[in-house]
Design a protein around this ligand. Structure first.
Ligand code: NIG
Ligand code: FE
Length: 391
């Protein structure tokens, strides 16, 4: 029999269910309690009405929100790109080519080394309140190295993405068509059993629209669902392609036309914004306000990777999104929880409603607004994953 726990005396409970509490998208309940039974949420409501349970935790006036859903990261890698970051902060620009440095280091690393790095950053993220993390291959670029990356990732998360089309592998520099044939053929066959998603970096210096369409449709034929790195460094066809193929998410979305925004607004495709990348490449911010005002569903994630965004901190990304991308604190918190779940087409995470997984973050603050109001402060003082207290 599973045991039940009530967390009482919660100053602000974020449920992300507008039918609960204050009827806002965050479904806020003040002076609240939440009951966990086994790995699921069993009840939410006012503290004084909480049912009896086996165990009791006093939140002492702190905030509880759904664990963050980080729907975009690249954690299977080796090596370091400090020098590249230093050069950028001295004025050099970011290009897709830096990925090659990490490919060389990752190919040379042992499984054990890659596994240690992966668990290190997953642990770092968990301590900052992230209870679900998608992660990708993309630093192997051979059939064996990509399959190895996905096998390692799948040991730690269900949300695994095959990104053999990150850049053209160095061995194929003179024959990109042959590399696309590998990615959509032998490499896909080796990778599909370990992944849920297929992704492609649609960008100058990586893959054009036709190549990206070939990659995503081949993956779809093998049962993988599309998502796409789109419109990050320049305007391109990625967002339109995402909508055409009903991709779960178009990620980055920094350079958009009105037609791109309109296409997203009339689709199921989520726009995932990754402000850690703009921060770490000193690039212009994506226009979150424009997307939200058009009715686009927006997710907020870290893009954690050693090149363009070496942060595992969703709270940091929330603070950036509020300060520099004109999101309200409520919108940013929604995008980092329910938005991330939407970008992964999940309804069992990113919300605290009966039946959802009991993935909860306890903040040492009277409300979720403090995530942006107190930037850089480690407010996460407890994390439950699948009903178990892990932090
Ligand atoms: O999302 N855009 C492509 N991929 C990563 C960068 C990877 C790297 O620079 O190593 C990104 O920013
Ligand atoms: Fe990325």
């Amino acid at each position: 029999m599973s045991s039940s726990t009530v967390i009482t005396n919660i100053a602000t409970l974020v449920t992300n269910d507008p039918s609960l509490g204050d009827t806002s998208p965050l479904g806020l309940i003040r002076d609240a309690a939440v009951v966990i039974d086994g790995d699921r949420v069993a009840w939410t409501g006012e503290s004084r009405k909480a049912p009896a349970t086996d165990n009791r935790v006093d939140a002492a006036g702190r905030t509880v929100l759904p664990g963050f859903v980080d729907s975009h990261s690249h954690l299977v890698f080796a090596g370091d790109r400090t020098e590249e970051f230093n050069a950028r902060m001295s004025g050099r620009g970011y290009t897709a080519g830096g990925i090659r440095t990490t490919v060389a280091a990752t190919r040379a690393a042992s499984d054990a080394e890659l596994g240690r790095t992966l668990t290190r950053y997953l642990g770092e993220a968990l301590r900052q309140g992230t209870t679900t993390m998608e992660t990708k291959s993309g630093y192997g670029l051979t059939a064996a190295d990509e399959a190895r990356a996905l096998r390692l990732a799948a040991a730690h998360t269900d949300e695994v993405t095959y990104l053999g089309a990150h850049i053209v592998a160095p061995e194929f520099a003179d024959d990109p068509a042959a590399y696309v044939a590998l990615v959509t053929g032998e490499m896909l066959d080796a990778c599909a059993p370990h992944a849920r998603w297929i992704d492609v970096f649609c960008e100058k210096g990586a893959f054009d629209g036709d190549q990206a369409r070939a990659v995503l449709t081949a993956g779809r034929a093998k049962g993988l669902h599309p998502r796409i790195h789109a419109n990050q460094l320049s305007h391109g066809p990625g967002v339109q392609l995402a909508v055409e193929l009903d991709a779960a998410s178009a990620d980055h979305c920094t350079h958009l036309t009105d037609a791109d925004v309109d296409a997203l607004a009339h689709s199921r495709t989520v726009a995932t914004l990754l402000p850690g990348a703009e921060f770490s490449t000193r690039a212009e911010w994506p226009d979150a306000r424009r997307l939200l005002d058009a009715g686009v569903t927006v997710a907020l994630s870290t893009d954690c990777n050693p090149g363009s965004s070496f942060t595992s901190s969703v709270p940091f990304c929330i603070a950036l999104a509020v300060r520099d991308m004109c999101m309200t604190p409520d919108e940013a918190v929604w995008s980092a929880t329910a938005g991330g779940a939407a970008a992964l087409r999940r309804t069992d995470i990113g919300r605290l409603t009966p039946g959802a997984y009991a993935d909860l973050t306890l903040l040492d603050a009277p409300s979720h607004v403090h995530l942006a109001y107190r930037p850089g402060v480690p407010l996460v003082s407890g994390v439950w994953r699948r009903g178990e207290r892990v932090v």
